[in-house]
Design a protein around this ligand. Sequence first.
Ligand SMILES: [Zn+2]
Ligand SMILES: [Zn+2]
Length: 208
Amino acid sequence: MKKLLWIIPIVVVFAIAYYYLYGKEQSLIAGDCPNVTIYLQPYDNYAQKEAELLKADLEKHVEQIVFSGFNFVVLPNKPLPDSYLGETRKKYRTDKIINTLKEDADDHHIYIGITHHDISREYKNGVKDWGVLGSSIPDYHACVVSDHRLKHKKRDLWKVVTHEFIHTYYRFPHCPKDSSNCIMKDAKGKADFSNKNDLCGYCKSKIG
Ligand SMILES: [Zn+2]
Ligand SMILES: [Zn+2]
């Protein structure tokens, strides 16, 4: 029996290494999100009052859709400099905005830019300065959204934020089932979130 005692410290070392390498990763996938703060960064004329209203919408809905442990913070406004404008000089480039948001962002501090101005990607589908509702860069832990294309349904902005946040934080792609009511459905250029209030059953089983 004594001959086997040397096995015990080796088993302990492997158990600790297993927890740090594998257990931590598992707990993140399972949606256990300790101390994650989501910073809402309003730009230019997006009023603090409007940002507080959006924050209230997010606190109510994100809790139901994915997880209830996130903290939301509204940051003081920042200007949108002309240097962020795209080639047509009418839309602000999402990559340039995200590039500045990433400076303070990490796994536990997610930054979301919010603007009333139209925003764009450099190039998509053969079109330069392609207008979008939102865009995210998961590696930068940051995304940006605009309510410009929501027209008279601006109160749906929380849905766009939730969509981009799920890309950013969970690194989750568009709805693999392409379900028309799923908040993660690829918009494919259409700016209509009116009948998307939740994840579909498939996405919920993967994220929630
Ligand atoms: Zn889905
Ligand atoms: Zn998307």
